[in-house]
Design a protein around this ligand. Sequence first.
Ligand SMILES: Cc1ncc(COP(=O)(O)O)c(C=O)c1O
Length: 408
Amino acid sequence: MATSTGSTLTHLECTYCGQTYDADVPHRLCTECEKVLYPRYDLTKVTLGPDDLASRESTMWRYRELLPIRDHENIVSLGEGFTPLLTAPKLAASLGIADVRIKDEGQNPTGSFKARGMSAAVSRARELGAAAVAAPSAGNAGGALAAYAARAGLAAGVVMPVDCPRINQVEAVVSGADTWLVEGLIDDAGKLVKTSSAARGWFDVSTLKEPYRVEGKKTLGYELAEQLGWELPDVVIYPTGGGTGLVGMWKAFAELEALGWIGAKRPRMVVVQAEGCAPIVRAHDTGERHAPRWEDATTDASGLRVPVAVGDYLILDAVRASGGTAVSVSEEEMRAATREMATAEGVYPAPEGAATLAALRRLRSSGAVHDADRVVLFNTGAGQKYPDFVPADLPLIPADSPLWDTGL
Ligand SMILES: Cc1ncc(COP(=O)(O)O)c(C=O)c1O
């Protein structure tokens, strides 16, 4: 029996040329200009208020009126979202900043924030009648897609770069997805998904090339506001590949302001990328609105090995409108920051999450972050998924060691 979620979804709108589309049939990019479509809502019809949220489930579906799924039955959930916004007092003290928080997205199902986007996209694909879904992935999105498709009873296809983390390959396989590795990067994988979709009957949920993954990611922005008592922080530092989380938060803030739940204040949005793959940083520095492909991309932070972003203009517009910036960090800085976050605060971050701390150190040195700022770092994944990023060279006690008698 159909039970309405109360979703106030009205239509899709091109973020570049403004063309509108019927939201209740499948769409991908704008057919006029090949740019990103966003779902739009009639926010005047939202009866939910901030006080109603207290009794809601501790998942991103607590904001269901602001999400695109119309029927409860179609929601595919593994408990994603409403992750803790942890205080980081030792990091704050060592950086000399008033307030540092870590949004710990490693606590999501499948160990990364990709769960949010895939929960929304797979739910909506099911609602619109898809039998099979597919995506190219730098790693974590593939694992998440496979898990959500399995939960939904949909077939899944995942295509990933050959050097993506082993755990991502295994998690796609164990959840029953048809999985391929390619010699190349995520955009090469994307070409293969595109050319195979018709024959394989896949609905292609490549990030920002379909309208609903961003809706799951935007809940990061709702949660930030709710967890800070409907105030936004001064600075948000986000590890940017395709940038879906960053642009999603930017969308969420606009929606919350339109609802009257927050005011006009926005955080300074900071993009962090790896020195070996920093197309958005380069475009930011040269003042461009689009970011040309980064050739020969290399970084062990696999989620940041994204040489080209379809939503480049959305990322760069948000960074500039917010008064934020874009920085790149080295592999060594990410490794050091992994240990630093885990040792100081007990949060073992993904390399991408560690990059946010490395970026904060740089922004402190350059004076871009001030003593009184409240800063939120996004740890987008669990460090446990990258066991080789920071090696642990441990002493081994042989069976005949004298230490057995004398102690360690
Ligand atoms: C752990 C992690 N952090 C960050 C990113 C980049 O995310 P986005 O595409 O939203 O910029 C990814 C993408 O694969 C990721 O897996």
